[in-house]
Design a protein around this ligand. Structure first.
Ligand SMILES: O=C(O)CCC(=O)C(=O)O
Ligand SMILES: [Fe+2]
Length: 320
């Protein structure tokens, strides 16, 4: 595994989701779509998240959260799969908490009250919700750019109405024995959702696979985020956008913290290639499906064995 080639580094400074088409928008849009088609991910420079906000997230909030006793963290549950605490998996150096709709201050307060019934640390809710709000704007911009560039901007408002957010707060603990060996944080996987926006505490570990099978370490700067396309975006764009395999490997004596803002369609939406991307020379590659059914398939024995889960679940070619 090497440190290059890196995917594109794309500067979103000065852009605003409320002003699509403003100066610089079309250039950034072209770079975004080019990167998502070629690699399925890119590095976004996004200076709306100020260093002080990142510091209160990684310098205190994450430490407060993961310093809680296990029984408190285990109260972070949900009736939806992958919407609550993950951890205690014997072969993974990984623990993670999840907040649904994290840009909504009430949702974050409910999350914190469950973890700290006797009173939560000062500022933790404001930190999480204001950070998520800014990243939600980046999610909106990328969504809009993708739809515009495929001539499908009329789907933007309906997509946004049914777009759900989940913030995952993850810890990959330092390796105390310090034998220098890498430990697995997360095994190679493709995200099932639409987009993921990753921020880390300047401890690397996220590895991305290129289409031709090379593994590359993602090296975001202190002002940038890694944006990854998931299988939902691949399905909507009829396979034009790629959803890359990625994994986490950690080592060394510093804990890696990351936050991942996932966007995903609401449960009862039918996902299928957008009609603008289907024609005689681009027949539909995927049959219609609902997101929770696909997540269920991915957790099944058959799904876990599949080399490419989306193709195995609803790929048209898989039928013949
Ligand atoms: O922690 C990270 O940097 C990314 C984690 C990831 O790929 C995931 O949670 O799906
Ligand atoms: Fe992932």
């Amino acid at each position: 595994m090497g440190s290059g080639p890196q995917a594109a580094k794309i500067d979103f400074s000065g852009l605003d989701p409320a002003s699509p088409g403003s100066k610089g928008w079309a250039e950034v849009r072209a770079q975004v779509v080019d990167a998502l088609v070629s690699y399925g991910w890119f590095e976004a420079v996004y200076d709306k998240v100020r260093p002080e906000l990142k510091e209160s997230l990684f310098g205190s909030a994450m430490k407060e959260l993961f310093g809680l006793p296990l029984d408190a963290k285990l109260r972070n549950i949900s009736d939806k799969p992958f919407h609550g605490y993950l951890g205690q998996i014997p072969y993974l150096s990984y623990e993670s908490l999840a907040v649904a709709q994290p840009h909504d201050p009430h949702a974050v307060k409910d999350f914190a009250d469950i973890l700290w019934p006797q009173g939560r640390p000062a500022n933790i809710c404001e930190t999480v919700s204001s950070f998520s709000k800014l990243l939600a704007e980046l999610d909106q911009m990328v969504h809009r750019m993708v739809l515009e560039s495929f001539g499908a901007e009329k789907h933007y408002e309906p997509h946004m109405k049914t777009n759900k957010l989940l913030l995952r707060l993850s810890e990959y603990p330092a390796q105390l024995q310090g034998d220098g060996e890498k430990k697995i944080g997360l095994v190679p996987h493709r995200d099932k959702n639409t987009l993921a926006i990753i921020c880390q505490n300047q401890v690397d570990g996220l590895e991305m696979e290129t289409k031709d099978g090379q593994w590359v370490l993602a090296l975001p700067s202190s002002t940038s985020f890694i944006v990854i396309a998931g299988d939902t975006l691949r399905a909507w764009t009829n396979g034009r956008i790629y959803s890359p395999l990625h994994s986490i490997n950690v080592g060394g004596n510093v804990t890696r913290y990351s936050t991942i803002l996932f966007s995903m369609p609401e449960d009862d939406l039918v996902i299928e290639p957008m009609p603008e991307l289907v024609d005689e020379s681009h027949p539909s590659l995927f049959k219609p499906y609902a997101y929770p059914d696909y997540v269920g398939f991915c957790m099944s024995e058959e799904g876990m064995k599949a080399k490419n889960q989306l193709d195995a679940y609803c790929g048209v070619a898989a039928e013949s």
